[in-house]
Write a protein that binds this ligand. Sequence first.
Ligand code: NCD
Length: 301
Amino acid sequence: MTHILGIDELSLDQIETILDRAQMYADQLKDGSYDGTCLKGKIILNLFFENSTRTLTSFEMAAKRLGADVINWNAHTSSLAKGESFMDTIDTLNAYHPDAVVLRHSEYGAPVYVAKRMNCPVINGGDSWREHPTQALLDALTIRQNFGNISGLKVAIIGDISHSRVASSNMQLLTKMGASVTIIAPPELMPEKLPAEGIEKTNNLGEGIKGANVVMTIRPQKERMDKVLIDDFHYFKDYGLTHHKLEDAASNAIVMDPGPFLRNLQISDDLADDHEKFIYHKQVANGVPTRMAALDIAING
Ligand code: NCD
């Protein structure tokens, strides 16, 4: 395995290899015993064409923890602004021989295109509404740490399923690992086609959340909507998660969100601050060991 472009092309074995390596790094980060020279002398190029807080920061931390140098290339201050084509920009950066590229791009399939032109491993840091593989992997790591396994769990994913690459990668990963997945969305945010078989769909939160062990909320991705598709007041009433609505889930249910999460739209203020139920901080912290594993496996095998 060199590139990590999507959950789509990872086998169950490869997913488990990454998760095991991520768990190893999560344990070693606690006592500082990780190999800080694992990527010494390597240069990682973070190519982010879209905004990011969590993914960019955690990839940079992961690379630096393993001893790599990082260049955070910025689309807004690059020669793209002078009219250079995407293809020529990628070929130019390739000529510098980076040791790995992490790419975030709004175009569907951009990482696949870049992987074909680059002579180094490419890791997808999120493209369009298609895939965000390392987010799904860190979510899986978090679920596994909490329940010990993923197979047999019921996972409910609530929100803007049709525009979310996180939902798309999670649907694929969770079904591959044997979870049963239900997606809950208003009709206008419910995709017609799903990226995996066997997924239940409903417009009714009370129905979809019944017995769920994991409830994931997904932000309405307004920047990807051609026109206004939701009214915030009605969205929160029908799809905003609260302690009350969570009563229908399993008693041991955890709530997750890839971030950024929107208070009192996706999740009530008091549930967002209930860190027993809403384990967001554990989830984001897992971004570092998961991305250490992704970089280590992509570069060193
Ligand atoms: C997500 C993204 O950018 O895909 N955030 C993330 O990487 N954690 C989700 C989002 O923007 O809603």
